[in-house]
Write a protein that binds this ligand. Sequence first.
Ligand SMILES: Nc1ncnc2c1ncn2[C@@H]1O[C@H](COP(=O)(O)OP(=O)(O)OP(=O)(O)O)[C@@H](O)[C@H]1O
Length: 284
Amino acid sequence: MSSTVPRPADLRPGKALSIFDPVFIGIDEFGQPVYLPLIYRNLLIGGEPGAGKSGLLNGVVAHAACSLDCKLVLFDGKQVELGQWRRCAEVFVGPKLDQALSVLRRLQIMMDRRYAYLLAWDRRKVGRKDAFDPYVVAIDEIAYFSATVGRKQDREEFASLLRDLVARGRAVGIIVVAATQRPSSDIIPTSLRDLFAWRYAGRCTNDSSSDIVLGHGWAQKGWTANTISPTNPGAGLLIAENGSPRLVKVAFLDDKTCARIARYAVDLRADDWNVPVERPVFAS
Ligand SMILES: Nc1ncnc2c1ncn2[C@@H]1O[C@H](COP(=O)(O)OP(=O)(O)OP(=O)(O)O)[C@@H](O)[C@H]1O
């Protein structure tokens, strides 16, 4: 049932977050909070099924959903991993490669126009006070769109549009957060991996999968997500470009908590309190 009744002030949600602020993702091995500055950066999340990738993805999307200075675009072939956030998103792409391609093409056009704007004003990147908002583009299971469904040429187009967005989107406020349970070189070629400033490897089945996410040679130096216990989901190695891996335990948002945060974010984003939202009617 929906409500068109203006909310009493004390029932209105509190403050929003900002995508320009670092995102809390969990704790390190000393128990210290770990924050990721995501603006002007991208995040790659890899690991075997059940490693806890969705936990990290949901945490980042939750922050973005509660950030009124940012828009959300969600790709989820399974639909249920990011589905709870669909009401906060500009676009929610389910298991449809043609829709995924059309959304990526539109993002590419927007990116080009933003660059034209920056050039016209002799600027290098967008800032907090720009009229156009940053976008968080979250993809759960890159491989679904780039290697599993549809025609080969469409999958290739998906991979090439994604690469372009990851390569050029940063300065114009397009942040790509992409997860895969298939950290192999066909899904994450080195040329794509190296464009992600942040990379997180949850438990991997072998050293080479871990290296595909973190970067070549880390397993040999003793940093491999293969050593993470299968009974410790949410633990993984996080690396920033030019940095060293760091063990992190990701904060876990269960389904109920995600649903509550998503409802809160929908309320935050409803700029007109008379706009119907899917909430129970308040007693007047
Ligand atoms: N940070 C965490 N702390 C505690 N438990 C966790 C954490 N992350 C995940 N889990 C547990 O592990 C389960 C699997 O996690 P999750 O669905 O995030 O894995 P995944 O890597 O996304 O799997 P898939 O690739 O199959 O989607 C969760 O349902 C939860 O029970």
